[in-house]
Design a protein around this ligand. Sequence first.
Ligand code: XMP
Length: 531
Amino acid sequence: KVLILDFGSQVTQLIARRVRDASVYCEIHPNDVSDDFIRSFAPKAIILSGSHASTYEDHELRAPQAVWDAGVPVLGICYGMQTMAVQLGGSVEWSDHREFGYAEVRAHGHTRLLDGIQDFETPEKHGMLKVWMSHGDKVAALPPGFKLMASTPSCPIAGMADEARGFYAVQFHPEVTHTLQGEALLRRFVRDIAGCKGDWQMGSYIDEAVAKIREQVGDEEVILGLSGGVDSSVAAALIHRAIGDQLTCVFVDHGLLRLNEGDMVMDMFAGKLHAKVIRVDASELFLGELAGVTDPEQKRKIIGRLFVDVFKAEAAKLKAGDGGHKGATFLAQGTIYPDVVESGGTKTKKATTIKSHHNVGGLPEQLGLKLLEPLRELFKDEVRALGVALGLPAEMVYRHPFPGPGLGVRILGEVKQQYADLLRRADAIFIEELRNTIDPATGKSWYDLTSQAFAVFLPVKSVGVMGDGRTYDYVVALRAVQTSDFMTADWAELPYAMLKRTSGRIINEVRGINRVTYDVSSKPPATIEWE
Ligand code: XMP
């Protein structure tokens, strides 16, 4: 296993992710663990992370002496390289301004780490790598025994190696995707240089995670807010695997879910997994409080607040315990790594708002519960792989994201029961058609080819004809987008035949809707949702 020592960089988890991508097990620990800890951890390799991008008082952060005495390969990244230089007898030039960005580094000499790893085919750029650099401070003199491994014009020592001891360091960041060969470099380090076998899989992650949860929870009880979304579902399945009936899931049905969604969640968790799930049907409460409210942000606030209230009330009951139960002491959340980064303030305000619906912020403190977050280190695609490995159905795990306020923000203006019922049925038809329409070029369904797709209810009436009669009914808009990060998005070029079938079915099957439109706006300037 690989030990990653974290000097406080925001991207340390990305290092772990790349190591896992190379099928090698790793753990992240703070940079100031004890020498004894390192000896008992017995790593096959150690990676030293970068440090917080904006802290310059951190020059005193050091790796424990045992890192250098462990007799295993060590890779220093960015700050990790600088501390390696200082601790092993070289020197660093500290600076208070920093340069970020793309750079081309030239590899020097022959090192096992970079041998054969390159970006360019042309002879004049032979050995050059496209990398993501972030430096200000830089190594000024190599420590004894080290040779130069890479350089750029503004950073003459951008990489160094003492191959006899297995010490390597790079000033650039191999863990970010902008460094094109970064994955190859980290794989080279952990697999070829450190000799890790590469037999780690998501399946083994389950065993480790289960053991950790059992240790953390002991014989106490846990509450989890189940939304039916990917993250809370995978967290529930994993925790249930670990502690069975010590887990109680609370599923708040706010009446703004998709067609049959509530029943599907119950079938899966209560039915198939035999987990304890309390379903709270709060649709009357939500619809009641939403009556007459048209402003989107106002609607979001109401839904968010009621959600927290309802959940809190249930959690308080569970905390109090009853005859057979001593009461819950943990609140579990499906927080995943990108949420952790978002709450660190690196993303927009909207991202924070989004979070507040899912991972009910501040609740554990208010309820006096301890927090259990078993997915904290994983990225979305890893969470999905974990879900599949836990036996959750692919339709659930690969589902498009669904906003916390649900159909509440897909019914424009005032939310009414009748609108929600019409929208649910139209939306279900659209999703069914997307799932059933296979693109011949890729062999994938249009559901899988789009990132998010849904119907939106427009509370306007338009005229139509049906049979001999005139109709005067509502409109739905279909929205389907392709995006990798949901910050920007393009509308999907769905096949006309599919759109035609979908619109025909909606108008025929959903009495009350007589017109269907397709939204051809990209983000920006539009957003993905209509509200
Ligand atoms: P927009 O509409 O801003 O959406 O382009 C970007 C992504 O965020 C989701 N979204 C929300 N998710 N609560 C959520 O949990 C919200 O209030 C909310 N608003 C938008 C949206 O579905 C899309 O995936």
